[in-house]
Design a protein around this ligand. Structure first.
Ligand SMILES: Cc1cc2nc3c(=O)[nH]c(=O)nc-3n(C[C@H](O)[C@H](O)[C@H](O)COP(=O)(O)OP(=O)(O)OC[C@H]3O[C@@H](n4cnc5c(N)ncnc54)[C@H](O)[C@@H]3O)c2cc1C
Length: 420
């Protein structure tokens, strides 16, 4: 099977890269084993919340200089200061353009409300999320917080307590709809995805909007758990009906906003002309003369995928793009060079809130993001996203930023080389 570019892994990085390439006329395939980090994400995209030395970042565009100077292996340092800024500003417009509505800017981080009700700095948030520009204030005096009775992955009481510390009072409204009773018969069915399927039904929406209006009369915003909106138009319908801001707070995983984004980008990639092979895994590749010649997957057996370029976007440990053994970290498809501490004691700290060494282990690349094997770059193999070495997505708050920016940069490189 012949393509211009073969992308291995269909999470945020693989999809963004594939969409960009397909829109520019490339014939692309994404081969992806299964769920991605998006299915469990907050619904906000972090670019840079903290420098590796712990310094808080309010403006990623202003802080990037000091990061690129001090941490040369960081994916952002490989992009360089100028390219980082160009891509970050482009990415926020590009997401809107391809139909992922977001709020926020790389010029100044904003604050999203976490499932526990406190504020956390981020770059872009789903346009429907509760956010604030200030770290110690919310934009409302009194809010109505709703939750379906029996939904245990959302905590209105904790949220109300945190909101009070920020000067916002809350009324909590637990509600029921007859269709939710069917789920409630089995407590394990009361999960965000199942509730969304009920609340997204058009016949339940009018009852829900009536209830929201009635019970939020003395409040200036309606706060709702992000357990609806798998359907494209649900949130818009509610917003049109209620007479005040209707905003979501993420729940514990699975993430409805993340699942919706994954499905949306998947469909958009196919509409842009791409081929998405879901449920297939790449198991090995043939490399000759520092070029990937053939890629083999489980489902296609001896029939190889061939392409001018290959993008490896298989994620980190979570997605098995990286595998940890007792004494090493390896990349299973190409056997690329990886960076990790030889002394296993340096992999992790027992206090889970400390900086964990293993988080910044990953695949080594040159400054063009070509994967290295035995120290030499594979010229047509690019590495994008969470699998890369040199950054700690959790501590630095830069996970989605690294995935999106590396994917866009690699797409531009492939297009530039193809046009030469
Ligand atoms: C649980 C979790 C939650 C997160 N939440 C956030 C958040 O809220 N905000 C934020 O900024 N960052 C978050 N991150 C950081 C996250 O890494 C990035 O935001 C980003 O989504 C990662 O995208 P990716 O495409 O690089 O990797 P992934 O999303 O991990 O996607 C990799 C894909 O490759 C596939 N794959 C793996 N091996 C193969 C193979 N051999 N063949 C074919 N396919 C393969 C996997 O099935 C998967 O679909 C989170 C990370 C995790 C693990």
């Amino acid at each position: 099977m012949k393509f211009d570019t073969i992308i291995i892994g269909g999470g945020l990085a693989g999809l963004i890269c594939g969409i960009r390439l397909s829109q520019q006329g490339q014939r692309c395939v994404i081969i992806s084993s299964g769920q991605s980090a998006l299915h469990f994400s907050s619904g906000s995209y972090d670019l840079l919340n903290t420098l590796p030395d712990g310094t808080e970042v309010t403006s990623p565009l202003s802080a990037i200089k000091s990061l690129t100077e001090s941490y040369p292996n960081h994916p952002y340092a490989k992009l360089g200061e100028e390219r980082f800024s160009e891509l970050a500003l482009f990415a926020q417009k590009y997401l809107q353009e391809i139909g992922v509505p977001v709020q926020g800017s790389a010029k100044e981080n904003h604050y999203r409300v976490t499932p526990m009700g406190n504020l956390k700095s981020t770059w872009l948030s789903s346009a429907d999320f509760a956010t604030s520009q200030s770290k110690d204030k919310l934009p409302w005096k009194r809010v109505a917080i709703f939750n379906p009775i029996g939904f245990l992955d959302f905590y209105p009481r904790f949220i109300a307590d945190e909101f009070l510390k920020l000067g916002t009072e809350s009324n909590i409204h637990l509600f029921n709809l007859p269709d939710l009773d069917l789920l409630r018969r089995n407590p394990s069915e009361m999960r965000s995805t199942n509730i969304a399927r009920v609340l997204d039904k058009k016949n339940n929406l009018s009852e829900l909007t009536q209830l929201l209006k009635r019970e939020s009369a003395d409040c200036d915003a309606i706060i709702f758990p992000a357990c609806l909106g798998l359907d494209d138009d649900t949130i818009e319908i509610i917003k049109k009906e209620v007479d005040k801001p209707f905003v979501l707070i993420p729940t514990l995983p699975p993430s409805i906003v993340g699942i919706h984004t994954q499905q949306y980008l998947h469909n958009f990639f196919i509409k842009s002309g791409g081929v998405y092979m879901l449920g297939d895994s790449v198991k090995r590749a043939e490399i000759d003369n520092n070029l990937v010649k053939k890629v083999y997957s489980y489902n296609h057996g001896d029939i190889p995928f061939t392409g001018k370029d290959v993008v490896l976007a298989t994620g980190s440990y979570f997605s098995q793009g990286l595998i940890a053994t007792q004494d090493s970290i390896y990349e299973p498809v190409f056997g690329l060079d990886t960076s990790y501490a030889n002394n296993r004691q340096e992999w992790y700290r027992t206090n889970m809130f400390d900086t964990q060494g293993y988080q910044s282990f990953g695949v080594k690349t040159n400054s063009s993001f070509n994967g290295l094997k035995n120290g030499r770059p594979i010229e047509n193999l690019y590495v994008a996203g969470a699998i890369l070495e040199g950054f700690n997505g959790i501590k630095e708050g830069c996970g989605a930023g690294v995935s999106i920016l590396s994917a866009l940069h690699i797409a531009d490189t492939i297009l530039k080389n193809a046009n030469q």
